[in-house]
Design a protein around this ligand. Structure first.
Ligand code: ATP
Ligand code: MG
Length: 619
C-alpha cells in the first residue's frame, strides 16, 4: 500500500484501510449477532460512563446538602430527572435517603462492569472465531497455490504469515471494531452531560484538545512503517527457525550450531529494535496527551477558583473528566492500532489475493475410467524466461507399458514428471491422457490417477500406519497391511517397537533410507493409480535393500503405465522402452541393447552410472 503524502491524512488512511477492513468484515459477517451484542454492551457501558457525573452530582448534593436539599440537576437533564419520582423521593428522605442515594453508585458501577465484561466476552469470542476462520482460509489458499509459488516463497515466511500476521491483523481489527463504537460514544455522552452541568468549564478544559491530534497523526505513520518491518522480521526469524530444525543434520555435520545461533541472534536483535520502534511510537502519544490535558486541568482549576464552583459540582465535573479520559486515551490509540492492523492485514490479504497460476478450467471434468495412455505433443517448457528445461518433447506411451527416463543431471527428467502432474503448464505443446489434454481435467482428479514415488520419500511425523494411509484416506487396516506386505515393508514394520503404531519421527528420521522408501512405495501401492511415476533416488542402496525395493516396485508396477526416472539398472532392463534425455531434448529412444549401440550419451551414462558397480547384473 502506497504511503502517499496528502493534506488529509485521515481521509487517505480511511481509503487505504478500507480495502483490508472490507475483507476482514467478510470474516466478521457470520458472527454478526454476537458482534452486535458486543457493540450494544459497549454502548451500554459508554452511556453509563457518560451519565456517571450526573449520578455523582446527585449523590454529592445529598451528601454535601445533608440529605435535605431538593434534587436539582442542571439543564434539560434536570428537567428529565424531575419526572423520575424515585430520585425525588430518595432526595427528600433524609439520612435514609443518603444511604439509598449512595447505594446507587455501586449499583450503577455493577451494571457498567457487567456491560464491560459482556462486551469484552463477545468481542473476544468473535475475534478468536475470525482468527480461526482467517487462518484456515489462508492456509487452504496457500496449499492450493501452484508449485511456482512455493519455489519462490520461503516456507518460514509463510508460516509466519499464517500464525503471526493473521493474529496481529485480527486482534488489532477487533479492538478497533470494538472501541470505534464504544469510546466515541462514551466521549459524546460524557461531553453532553458535562456541557449540561457547566458548559463554560468544559470549553476551558477541552480547548487544548485539538493539539492532541498532532502526535496521533505523526506517530501513527511511524507505527505503520515500523509495524511492517516488525512483521517482515518475524517472518525472517521463523525462516531461520524452520530451516535450522529441518536441516539439523547438516548443521551438526558442519558444526554450524554457533553460526545458526548467530544468525538467529541478529534476527532477534533486529526484531527487538523493530518492536521497540512500534512500542515507542505507540506509547509516546499517551504521555503527550496527558501533558496537554494537564494544562487543561490547570485552566479548569483556575476557572473553579474564579467562578466559585460548589464542591459537588466540582466532584461531578472531575469524575466526568476522568471517565472521559479513558475512552479519549483509547481513541488516541485507535489510530495506531489501525495502522498496525493495516500493516499485518495488507500482508495477509496480499497472499489471499494471489491466485494460483494453474487453475482448473471452468468446464474441467473428472477423469473417468483411466486407461493410462500418455502422449507428450511437441512439449516445450521453461521455468523462467531464460533456459528451457524441456524442448520439443514428443513421446507416446501405450497403456500398461513401462518407460524409463535416463539422462545426465539437469537433463529435464523431473521436469517432465512435474509437467505430467500439472505442477506447471508447458508453454508449448500439450500433454494428453487417454487422448485428452490434461488441462481439460480437474487437477485433483488428474493427480488422483497418478501415483508417485519420489526421489526423497517424505514421511509425516505420525505412525507408520497413518503414513501409509496417506495414499488412500479411507483404506482399512487390512488394506494398509496388504500394501505393506507387497512393498516388502511388513516384516521390518513388525520389528519396530510398536509395529504399525510406531511414530516415524520428523520426516521419517527414525527409519533408514531404504525403509522410508519402502513405506512410500506401500503408500503408492495403496493409492493404486493407473499411472505411476518413479523418481528413483540416486544414492546407491546396498544390494539387499536394492533387491527388496526392486521386488517392492514390481508389486507396484504390474499392469500400470509407468514412467521411471531410472538410476537403477534393474529398472532400465525391465522397461519396455528407454528414453534418453539431454538438455531438455529426447536424444534417443529404444531398448537397452540398441541404445548401447546407437546413443553415445546412453553408453556414457551406462558406463558411469551402472556399469562400474553393477557388473553382476549383465543384460
Ligand atoms: N523449480 C525450478 N525452478 C527453476 N529452474 C528449475 C527448477 N527445477 C529445475 N530447474 C532447472 O530445469 C532444468 C531441468 O531440471 P530437472 O530437475 O528436470 O533435471 P533432472 O533431469 O531431473 O536432473 P537430476 O537427474 O539431477 O534430478 C535444470 O537446468 C534445472 O536447473
Ligand atoms: Mg530429478
Amino acid at each position: 500500500m502506497s504511503d502517499k503524502k496528502t493534506k488529509l491524512p485521515f481521509l487517505s488512511l480511511l481509503r487505504a484501510s478500507w480495502q483490508p477492513y472490507k475483507l476482514l468484515l467478510g470474516y466478521l459477517l457470520p458472527y454478526k449477532t454476537r458482534f452486535i451484542l458486543g457493540i450494544a454492551c459497549g454502548i451500554g457501558y459508554a452511556v453509563i460512563s457518560g451519565l456517571f457525573p450526573l449520578i455523582i452530582l446527585f449523590v454529592g448534593r445529598q451528601v454535601f446538602g445533608g440529605g435535605s436539599g431538593s434534587f436539582v440537576l442542571p439543564g434539560a437533564i434536570g428537567r428529565l430527572a424531575e419526572h423520575l419520582p424515585f430520585l425525588q423521593e430518595s432526595a427528600k428522605a433524609g439520612t435514609a435517603g443518603i444511604l439509598a442515594a449512595c447505594i446507587i453508585v455501586p449499583l450503577v458501577m455493577m451494571v457498567r462492569s457487567s456491560f464491560s465484561y459482556l462486551n469484552s466476552y463477545c468481542m473476544s469470542w468473535v475475534s478468536f472465531r475470525m482468527l480461526r476462520d482467517l487462518r484456515r482460509a489462508l492456509f487452504a489458499h496457500l496449499l492450493h497455490q501452484s508449485m511456482d509459488f512455493f519455489n519462490k516463497s520461503k516456507s518460514g515466511k509463510l508460516i509466519s504469515r499464517v500464525s503471526n500476521d493473521v493474529r496481529v491483523a485480527q486482534s488489532a481489527f477487533i479492538s478497533v471494531a470494538s472501541d470505534i463504537f464504544k469510546d466515541p460514544f462514551s466521549i459524546v455522552v460524557g461531553a453532553v452531560v458535562l456541557f449540561n452541568i457547566d458548559w463554560k468549564f468544559c470549553i476551558v478544559t477541552l480547548i487544548l484538545f485539538p493539539i492532541c491530534l498532532v502526535p496521533i497523526i505523526v506517530f501513527g505513520k511511524k507505527v505503520r512503517k515500523a509495524g511492517k518491518a516488525e512483521e517482515e522480521e518475524a517472518g525472517a526469524m521463523s525462516v531461520i527457525l524452520q530451516e535450522s530444525f529441518l536441516g539439523i543434520r547438516i548443521i551438526k555435520s558442519f558444526a554450524r550450531e554457533e553460526f545458526q545461533a548467530d544468525q538467529f541472534t541478529r534476527s532477534s536483535e533486529q526484531q527487538f529494535r523493530n518492536s521497540m520502534r512500534v512500542k515507542k511510537s505507540m506509547d509516546i502519544v499517551q504521555p503527550l496527551i496527558e501533558t496537554v490535558s494537564a494544562f487543561g486541568v490547570t485552566l479548569a482549576l483556575l476557572y473553579v477558583y474564579f467562578y466559585n464552583i460548589p464542591p459537588e459540582q466540582l466532584l461531578a465535573l472531575l469524575a466526568g473528566i476522568f471517565l472521559l479520559y479513558e475512552p479519549a486515551k483509547k481513541v488516541s490509540r485507535l489510530h495506531m492500532l489501525m495502522q498496525k492492523a493495516l500493516a499485518a492485514s495488507t500482508n495477509v490479504f496480499a497472499l489471499m489475493e494471489q491466485m494460483p497460476t494453474i487453475q482448473d478450467a471452468p468446464d474441467a471434468k473428472e477423469i473417468t475410467a483411466c486407461k493410462g495412455a500418455i502422449e507428450f505433443r511437441d512439449m516445450g517448457f521453461s521455468y523462467g524466461p531464460d533456459i528451457p528445461a524441456v524442448k520439443h518433447f514428443n513421446l507416446k506411451i501405450e497403456p500398461g507399458s513401462q518407460y524409463a527416463l535416463v539422462g545426465p543431471s539437469g537433463a529435464g527428467k523431473t521436469s517432465v514428471l512435474s509437467l505430467l502432474q500439472r505442477f506447471y503448464d508447458p508453454q508449448e505443446g500439450c500433454i494428453r491422457i487417454d487422448g485428452k489434454d490434461i488441462r481439460r481435467f480437474r487437477q485433483q482428479s488428474l493427480r488422483e490417477h497418478i501415483g508417485v514415488v519420489s526421489q526423497e520419500s517424505f514421511l509425516f511425523h505420525d505412525t507408520i500406519a497413518e503414513n501409509i494411509r496417506f495414499g488412500r484416506l479411507d483404506a482399512t487396516r487390512e488394506e494398509i497391511e496388504q500394501a505393506a506386505k507387497q512393498a516388502f515393508a511388513h516384516d521390518f514394520i513388525l520389528a519396530q517397537p510398536h509395529g504399525y503404531e510406531t511414530i516415524v519421527g520428523d520426516k521419517g528420521c527414525l527409519l533408514s533410507g531404504g525403509q522410508q522408501q519402502r513405506l512410500s512405495i506401500a503408500r503408492a501401492i495403496l493409492k493404486n493409480a493407473p499411472i505411476l511415476l518413479l523418481d528413483e533416488a540416486t544414492s546407491a542402496l546396498d544390494s539387499e535393500s536394492e533387491r527388496m525395493i526392486q521386488s517392492a516396485l514390481e508389486g507396484l508396477t504390474t499392469g500400470k503405465t509407468v514412467i521411471a526416472i531410472a538410476h537403477r539398472l534393474s529398472t532400465i532392463l525391465k522397461s519396455d522402452c528407454i528414453v534418453v534425455m539431454d538438455q531438455g531434448n529426447i536424444v534417443g529412444v529404444g531398448r537397452h541393447a540398441d541404445l548401447l549401440e546407437s546413443s553415445d550419451i546412453y553408453r556414457h551414462l551406462y558406463q558411469l552410472q551402472f556399469h562400474s558397480h553393477k557388473t553382476d547384473e549383465k543384460p
